[in-house]
Design a protein around this ligand. Structure first.
Ligand code: HEM
Length: 147
């Protein structure tokens, strides 16, 4: 019950994360092309992307460590991940890629804050958020093919 609730929220926030990620890219490309100022809207969308990923991290760990393990066995019992491709995927690939995506997004926000001038801010935004979004899309894509 709590498991499926947390899982549904994880899926809903996935959509918000993807929309915010795509928006940061579109806004960065637009900003670079039009040579406009890096504004409040750019800051807010990148913040949404970053905060949504933190939420996903919290929910993901909640699902994995607490709820999933109470449903499928004791928490201290480490699953035999080498023999189960699907479990291995969730245990290692998805979580590792998403944490790296979150790290890149956080790093990007720090770089944008420190960069002087809108062009540099948009370039940093494009690089860090773009790489982060690629990782997210790759991980979600892998989820679909591993089923
Ligand atoms: C930031 C750290 C994240 C962690 C620790 C995490 C963890 C997890 C875990 C443990 C599951 C498996 C639930 C289960 O099958 O019982 C899961 C499922 C899922 N996650 Fe994440 N996740 C994270 C971020 C994200 C993000 C950013 C997205 C997409 C934007 C995402 C999309 C999904 C989807 C679509 C599923 C369900 C796949 C399916 O069952 O078909 N996750 N996540």
């Amino acid at each position: 019950m709590i498991y499926s609730f947390a899982f549904k929220i994880h899926i809903v926030i996935s959509t918000i994360t993807l929309l915010a990620g795509i928006s940061t890219l579109v806004m960065s490309i637009h900003g670079l092309k039009r040579k406009r100022e890096y504004g409040r809207q750019d800051f807010v969308v990148s913040l949404v992307f970053n905060v949504a990923l933190y939420f996903q991290l919290f929910l993901g760990f909640l699902i994995y460590f607490l709820l999933r393990s109470t449903l499928e066995g004791p928490m201290w019992e480490v699953p035999d991940t080498q023999n189960d491709a699907s479990l291995r995927f969730w245990a290692i690939e998805h979580i590792a890629l998403m944490i790296f995506a979150l790290f890149l997004t956080q790093l990007g926000r720090v770089f944008i804050k420190r960069s002087k001038g809108s062009t540099r801010k948009f370039r940093a935004s494009l690089f860090y958020f773009g790489t982060s979004l690629l990782l997210i899309l790759f991980s979600v894509g892998m989820a679909m093919f591993s089923r």
